[in-house]
Write a protein that binds this ligand. Structure first.
Ligand SMILES: Cc1ncc(COP(=O)(O)O)c(C=O)c1O
Length: 444
């Protein structure tokens, strides 16, 4: 029998990895063993692994071997995330991860294991974190234009927990939360869980319609406004200074709390000042390290007006005590030694490059996106129903989100949100061409 061609071996491995029969983390046979098993030359075995690495399916770790890479660590709870075929690409959830991050994690874990910190990590931190760790985050936030005392910063398990604790403690069931008519889906879940009524603010290409917000606040008892002023999810806008001032003036006039979500703000190197800096007395700023470091880290924070720190800390204690000590040690270590700043710089370049790829692969389609954002809002033609298009794409192994996930009011635009960060960058162009073919093939 002739030995299989190297392409056949690559295809076989790729299929097993994509179908999940070789799960993430599996150590593949050493090059020599593969060569022996498949009766191929050692150089061919090396070429097989190089090809799989170039496809983003495996990663070689010096001295340890070749491992199957996690393509996306999140398969989600929603049935729509379960694909009928092997996954080709996840464009539904942004999981940016950079080169060498797992090595940095190993190094950091090794350093922690021999540091005097090990004992301290076994002790319970106060909810919201120890003051010196909160100070590290406060120092980092100076770079975002937020100048706040460490005591006003609470460390949480991701931005989602920060939003939850803020809403849980500073609103009451039955209160009204004003949100953009298209917004981050997690806030819809939290509003429902906290018994809040959602009041959608109509959106424009440049931000929420503030005249409509004013009217909303005059006609309904809006307790809080949840907003994403810098690199909005899903529309990508960055509110200009004038609109920020206007929004703050409205919040003051109607005595509303502002929940400012800065999750993607790091991607803009020089945005206008955060709302927190314009209205520190009423703004709860929430963000985390999911998009600039790693979503699996589950590290976030909230910056609170001084008078609210105690109440939110109490709800954090009730929730899950905030960020675990081990995660906090890793996160604050990387914040303090400049690692996060470097990764953020890398991500800015990465997001801009992915937007370029998307603009050219989807040229001529209806796109709304910021040039440094990790997402694209793709408008569909009247005959292309978003749920149908998403189902067709799922059959092609591509996960996307439909506008439904983001809509807070009755209007559901004909659109998809494409998250660009998760597929390996060198696969993105092909994936988007493939997506385009599927969308274009839908008959009128
Ligand atoms: C706007 C926005 N806020 C918050 C979150 C949740 O972030 P975390 O993973 O830090 O909980 C996300 C996650 O995608 C997001 O897009």
């Amino acid at each position: 029998m002739r030995p299989p061609s190297y392409e056949a071996i690559v295809d076989e491995f790729a299929a097993s990895i994509r179908s999940g029969s070789l799960p993430a983390g599996t150590r593949l046979p050493p090059h020599r063993a593969l060569a022996r098993e498949r009766r191929i030359a050692l150089a061919t075995a090396t070429r097989v692994y190089a090809e799989l690495a170039a496809m983003g399916l495996v990663v070689g770790e010096p001295g340890r071997g070749t491992f199957v890479r996690a393509r996306s660590g999140y398969d989600g709870l929603e049935p729509s995330r379960v694909l009928p075929v092997p996954r080709v690409a996840d464009l539904s959830f942004n999981q940016p991860l950079g080169e060498g991050q797992s090595d940095r994690l190993r190094q950091a874990l090794r350093a922690l294991s021999v540091s005097g910190e090990a004992e301290a990590l076994l002790r319970q931190d106060p909810p919201g974190g120890r003051l010196h760790e909160r100070a590290v985050v406060a120092t980092y936030l100076l770079g975002r234009g937020i100048d706040t005392a460490p005591a006003t910063v609470l460390l949480t398990s991701g931005a989602q927990q920060a939003i939850d604790c803020v809403l849980r403690s500073l609103t009451r069931p039955g209160d009204v939360l004003a949100v953009d008519a298209l917004t981050y889906p997690g806030v819809k879940l939290l509003a429902a869980a906290n018994g809040l009524g959602l009041a959608p603010i109509p959106v424009t290409a440049t931000g929420p319609d503030l005249a409509a917000l004013d009217l909303l606040c005059r006609t309904r008892p809006v307790r809080a406004i949840y907003t994403i002023p810098t690199l909005h999810n899903p529309l990508g806008w960055v509110l200009d200074r004038e609109r920020r001032d206007h929004l703050v003036a409205l919040a003051r006039a109607h005595d509303c709390l502002i929940v400012e979500d800065g999750t993607y703000a790091f991607l803009d190197p020089s945005p206008p000042p955060p709302l927190q800096a314009l209205a520190p007395e009423r703004t709860c700023y929430v963000a985390g390290l999911s998009k600039n470091v790693a979503p699996g880290l589950r590290f976030g924070f909230a910056v609170l007006p001084g008078g609210h720190v105690e109440t939110v800390t109490r709800s954090l204690r009730l929730a899950a005590w905030g960020a675990p000590g081990l995660v906090t040690a890793l996160a604050t270590g990387w914040l303090a030694d400049g690692t996060v700043a470097r990764w953020e710089e890398d991500r800015r370049g990465d997001a801009a490059a992915r937007q370029d790829i998307a603009r050219s692969a989807l040229a001529g389609m209806s796109l709304t996106a910021h040039p440094v954002s990790y997402m694209v809002w793709l408008g569909l033609e009247p005959h292309q129903r978003p749920d149908h298009v998403a189902a067709q794409l799922a059959r092609a192994g591509i996960l996307v989100s439909t506008a439904d996930a983001f809509a807070t009011g009755p209007h559901r635009p004909r659109a998809l949100r494409l998250a660009l960060a998760t597929p390996p960058r060198d696969e993105l162009e092909n994936v988007l061409h493939h997506l385009r073919d599927v969308v274009d093939a839908i008959p009128p």
